[in-house]
Design a protein around this ligand. Structure first.
Ligand code: ADP
Ligand code: MG
Length: 391
């Protein structure tokens, strides 16, 4: 039995224990890491996530009384019971249940015939580690409700509804990357996504065939600074776009970067934000070109340059992330960078398979020597996007 099939049996058994009935089905949605393209998604730019084998499973059954019941093995507090017709954004104080309730709300607000349901969740996606457990939870819910009601919505629509839930209902101003990754990724590929028009292409990403490995280093820290800093960066990027007379920073071509920086000379903070976004979009395009050409080793320096840009220009790294990146590189990694929103969460390390044990040991040793909690380190093998499981 595969891990996921095993997880499905356990999730179905837990659903029975919580609700005293059989689930109609089990739906899975993965966490993700973003290979490159950080903070570009709210600038209409490029991103390149891949789905992790870590997934959130939703066991679900429909109800006919307009009630939504939610239960998660990963949350305290028992079953949360809500009436669909009483859901109103924003959901201040609703805790974890706001994510799935927000999805039901977003679907109904879009005029979709979504009725009551019982849902039980289990997850192997670490929560709050920058690996997007929130989008996995939302997209598993969206796909479950979609299937329970026979809606057959396209994947990008499920992603949009999940994003709407997180933006409007939960109140987190995230871009579209995480939900698109959870809904649309395919195994063995990274997803090259243009966040302006949502065109996407699956780029083969089979590192093992090249003797390489991409490690995720979850630092297990999340500094409080995060949320306000995100809003500040986002506002700064918008200010930069206005000053440059473009809709979004995506519209500043790499070739025009130095002219753009001259224009922004009076505002060094915005200047640095713009430099990150423009160079980062360029790095995503270079990454895609290297992967298309069958040269995955060549992306190492782009990852490292991306980290320097996030640390020095976007200023969203932290001591633990810098330590992970510097240690991995000193121990022989081909490249490394922080991934996700910043101020903690995870780093990515591209490494020769042969060097993986040495790099991993060096990371544990460096974190111990610095007095940090031991990181969680695992390989990022690109798995499938959201799907229904056989029970
Ligand atoms: P990330 O998406 O990077 O993991 P977020 O802060 O965006 O971090 O989302 C984490 C939150 O999502 C958790 O605090 C919790 O409220 C909710 N969440 C995600 N997955 C689950 C789950 N399986 N069960 C309960 N809550 C979950
Ligand atoms: Mg999240």
């Amino acid at each position: 039995m595969t891990d996921t099939a095993h997880g499905a049996q356990q999730t179905a058994a837990a659903f029975r224990a919580v609700y005293g009935a059989e689930p109609t089905g089990i739906w899975a949605a993965p966490g993700r890491v973003n290979l490159i393209g950080e903070h570009t998604d709210y600038n209409d730019g490029f991103v390149m996530p891949l789905a992790l084998p870590h997934t959130t499973l939703a066991a679900a059954a429909p109800r006919t009384d307009g009630v939504l019941r939610l239960h998660s093995a990963g949350a305290d507090g028992g079953v949360v019971e809500l009436r669909l017709d009483e859901l109103r954004p924003p959901s201040a104080g609703a805790g974890w249940a706001a994510y799935p309730a927000g999805v039901a709300w977003a679907m109904r607000a879009a005029g979709l015939p979504v009725g009551g349901a019982d849902l039980h969740y289990t997850s192997t996606v670490p929560l709050g580690a920058g690996l997007s457990s929130s989008a996995a939870l939302e997209v598993a819910t969206a796909l479950a409700l979609d299937d329970l009601h026979g809606l057959g919505l396209p994947r990008e629509e499920l992603a949009r509804l999940a994003q709407r839930a997180e933006n409007a209902f939960v109140g987190v101003p995230c871009g579209i990357m995480d939900q698109t990754a959870a809904a649309c990724c395919t195994a063995g590929h990274a997803l090259f996504l243009d966040t302006r028009d949502l065109t996407r292409r699956h780029v083969p990403f089979d590192l093992a065939a090249e003797g390489l490995c991409l490690l995720v280093v979850d630092t297990r820290v999340r500094h409080q600074l995060g949320d306000g800093a995100y809003a500040e960066r986002r506002a700064g990027c918008e200010r930069g776009a206005r000053a440059l007379g473009v809709c979004a920073l995506r519209d500043v071509p790499y070739a025009h970067l130095s002219a753009a920086l001259d224009t922004l000379a009076g505002d060094p903070v915005v200047q640095a934000l713009v430099r990150h976004i423009v160079t980062e979009n360029h790095r995503v395009e270079q990454t895609v070109a290297h992967l298309d050409a069958g040269h995955p080793r060549a992306i190492g320096p782009l990852l490292t340059a991306g980290h320097a840009s996030l640390r020095d220009d976007f200023k969203i790294s932290c001591a633990e992330l810098d330590l992970a990146v510097d240690t991995a590189r000193a121990a022989g990694a081909l490249g490394a960078r922080m991934t996700g929103g910043g101020f903690g969460g995870s780093a990515l390390v591209l490494v020769d398979q042969d060097a993986t044990p040495a790099v991993t040991e060096a990371l544990y040793a460096a974190f111990a020597a610095a007095g940090h909690t031991a990181p969680r380190i695992f390989p990022a093998v690109p798995g499938p996007g959201a799907h229904r499981l056989a029970v």
